[in-house]
Design a protein. Structure first.
Length: 401
């Protein structure tokens, strides 16, 4: 299986760029939790902690939307280096102001600045890959590897927070996150700019404009919105179910199983050729994800069975993100790849946060167990939406290796 990724890893500058992706993604797995812990410790107010953490997530999505077009227009290196410096400074400011009992509005402003300026290294690398990998199978394998790498990094983040808490406190986790952002920015700064043929295309203003109005991109964004709602509701429902069953500690195992499933699913899916065109594959896989979501709901009364179902959900969910990423090459011009990818990721972040809020509002009315029916519905709608608009996802090449 791993041999399928050899051509990708042998490509010039892929390894340092992937290393930068990993280093930049670990803080994303740390900061939401770290901000909650820090603000709660400094103020004693859990509501303030949750609001500021939510503000960080929202501004992170906005920052991606801003950085994507800038990367298309100016190149990735200056955007990443500028954003990385601002993000590290904002994180250090956040930790310093909070530790010395500074005003809450300044703490919130620092968190917002950090979220806005998280360097879009994953977006940069994703938009760079098509220019250096000529074979469609190699590009598909690279997207799978990028997905697995990002997921593994985000999974490592909470573990580092736990280590920081044991050694000192949540302020140490903030410092570690800032250092990782600096390290990722430095590693990325030593890589070359995007290929000349990609940059030449990026100079076309008309191509950039078409990226925002592509019918295929709109299809993917709506599908990402529906999937993000499912993620947001699930992230609230599963801990609630475990807590009501008296096994709250197993909630971490459930999401760990989900992450492990996503990593394995991405690596397996990207290692071989799968029949059919991508625009046909996507609704089929989305339907499978909806069916697994139904299994998650049916297993909600048995905590360890729920953990197993979450592992299966991760395995099936991973190919969806890979196929969506690959379809960007078909529905977005080369000049707008960074913008298109950043919009796709930002849409998922915002809709996931919306799903959190929806779950919180519905929990008392329908019961925490029944919340897991919402992902089944939204994922089924995503499949139906994509199937009804598959002609906008124009592609005629198979995915995989």
């Amino acid at each position: 299986m791993l041999g399928a990724y050899s051509p990708v890893l042998r490509t010039h500058q892929v390894k340092p760029r992937f290393a930068a992706v990993f280093l930049s993604a670990v803080p994303l797995g740390m900061l939401s939790l770290t901000i909650v812990l820090c603000v709660h410790e400094w103020t004693g107010e859990l509501m303030a902690a949750g609001l500021i953490s939510g503000l960080f997530g929202l501004t992170n999505a906005v920052g991606l939307i801003i950085q994507g077009p800038l990367i298309d227009r100016c190149g990735s290196r200056p955007v990443v280096m500028t954003a990385g410096g601002i993000c590290a400074a904002a994180l250090l400011g956040f930790g310093t102001v909070g530790s010395f009992g500074g005003p809450l509005w300044i703490i919130a402003a620092m968190a917002a600045a950090a979220g806005m300026s998280v360097p879009a290294i994953t977006t940069s690398v994703r938009s760079w890959l098509p220019g250096v990998l000529s074979e469609d199978s190699d590009r598909a394998a690279s997207y799978a590897l990028l997905s697995a790498l990002f997921r593994s990094a985000v999974t490592v983040g909470p573990l580092l927070v736990s280590v920081a808490l044991l050694m000192h406190g949540p302020e140490l986790a903030v410092m570690i996150a800032a250092l990782l952002i600096v390290a990722a920015t430095v590693v990325f700064s030593f890589t070359g700019e995007r290929p000349l043929r990609t940059r030449a295309v990026a100079l076309s203003t008309g191509s950039r404009g078409r990226a925002a109005y592509s019918p295929g991109l709109r299809t993917l964004l709506i599908a990402a919105t529906l999937a993000g709602l499912a993620v947001g509701v699930t992230s609230v429902a599963v801990p609630g179910i475990m807590n009501s069953s008296g096994v709250a500690a197993i909630a971490g195992a459930a999401f760990g199983a989900l992450a492990l499933g996503e990593m394995l699913g991405a690596l397996v899916f990207g290692s071989r050729t799968w029949p059919g065109q991508r625009r046909v594959q996507l609704p089929i896989i989305q339907t499978l994800v909806a069916l697994v979501a139904l299994l998650v709901f049916l297993s909600s009364q048995q905590p360890w069975l729920l953990v197993t179902a979450m592992f299966g959900a991760g395995i099936i969910r991973a190919p969806v993100s890979i196929v969506k990423s690959a379809l960007l090459d078909q529905v977005v011009p080369a000049a707008g790849l960074a913008r298109g990818y950043s919009m796709l990721v930002a849409t998922g972040l915002v809709s996931s946060a919306t799903g959190n809020a929806i779950a919180g509002l519905l929990a008392d009315h329908v019961g925490v167990d029944n919340l897991l029916l919402v992902p089944v519905l939204t994922l089924a709608l995503a499949s139906a939406w994509t199937a009804s608009r598959y002609r906008t996802l124009n592609t005629a090449t198979p995915l995989g290796r």
